[in-house]
Design a protein around this ligand. Sequence first.
Ligand SMILES: *Cc1c(COP(=O)(O)O)cnc(C)c1O
Length: 487
Amino acid sequence: MSADGLPDSRDAAFADNLPPMQYVSTRGHAPVLDFAGVLLAGLAEDGGLYVPETWPLFAAADWRALRGLPYPTLAARIMRPFVGDAIEFATLEALCDDAYAGFNHPAVVPLIQLDTNLFVQELFHGPTLAFKDMALQLLGRLFDHILSARDQRVTIVGATSGDTGSAAIEACAGRARIDIAILHPEGRTSEVQRRQMTTVQDDNVANIAIQGTFDDCQDLVKAMFADAPFRAEMGLSAVNSINWARIAAQIPYYVAAALALGAPDHEVAFAVPTGNFGNILAGWAARRMGLPVARLVAGSNRNDILVRFLNANDMSARPVEPSLSPSMDIQVSSNFERLLFELLDRNGAATAAAMHRFRATGHMGVPDAAWHRACAVFHGFRLDDAGTEAEIARLHAATGYLADPHTAIGIAAARAHPAPHAVPMVAMATAHPAKFPEAVARATGVHPALPPALADLLNRPEHYVTLPNDLAAVEAQVRALVRRNRP
Ligand SMILES: *Cc1c(COP(=O)(O)O)cnc(C)c1O
């Protein structure tokens, strides 16, 4: 209620639910679904990715009304039009409160100034010290909520080379409606990465070390999904980076940074260390919703397909090479398809044709007009391993700030492509320096310490089984996990 005793229209508006938000596939041939549907479906049936049928628009007054809110409240209000009538707003708010309560910083996504017009926004204060927690902590709770409303369960299976597995496990551990089995290549992850997965105690988590490579793990997961009876029996699902809900959950921190730097009355720009294009796409979405984002700079390591596209309209895949920033060792950025769909005026047939050509030939011919539209917003920047270590060292010497290799690429990208007219640049810090301690120590002489919550990680008991690279053995293990948790 407002002071004059009349209902406060803004709060009343937030108390109500919105009309449904529908989602369409980027390839134009999948059923239209609501938010709950796309959350559970992940990939669309036609191989495309789900995107909102229309983009919600916030006016200047709407952005101003969000200033100063606690992060979880802000997140719920930004996500509200995307969720539509699939979840009551009060429930969404409660899920956001719960998802970010476990973060190790009261601001959740603190903004730190490095130079006159250069800031970093730290996205690594979640349980696994990387930005994946921003979306996955909420996603696990959204899954649980929707599944209990439908009286269903799912079994999440995934393969990890080390990084995403722990974020998925932390998101799903202890959730009533989810079992999760994560495959990692035995002996091929770092000890910290393995322990972040294997020291989780909950009964609904199975860690499986495969005697093989990451590719073997991925092939086993694909084979499980391709085994239709097994897939149906287990209710297999995934929380991979093409899930629309992950993008939606990443938009709010762009808004938080922009509001802190004067939006909607002042412009802001972002630099983002980029792999699957999920993080930076959320920045594009914030801009599409009316946030004054002057520029988005994508930082890459030597796996630089996006940089070659932005600099020369050369979208051609090359073999993936390992680097100091392994979460960006990607040659096919799956979320790029969502931008392509927009660049092609939301033409599903044209998007499908471009993606099929890319799969078949490793080349994607993007029409020049569409490429020019991308270049009006996006810039690309590439940094090799030596440059990355040099940037970590330079930054530490100049400011005392310790950046992990991914973050350092984002900061270097911001410095290389500053927005004109002294518009503030925000570089996204995507991993805690203690997650990649060797590179940081080599560059600075400082060995970054794990935060207190993880300080005893090396002493906690581990739980995992080791299996040969054999589908029947892995399926038996997943079935045992599921039997244990379903009466
Ligand atoms: C996943 C990840 C990235 C890349 O993000 P995308 O959304 O895949 O572009 C960058 N840095 C770190 C530390 C990550 O874990």
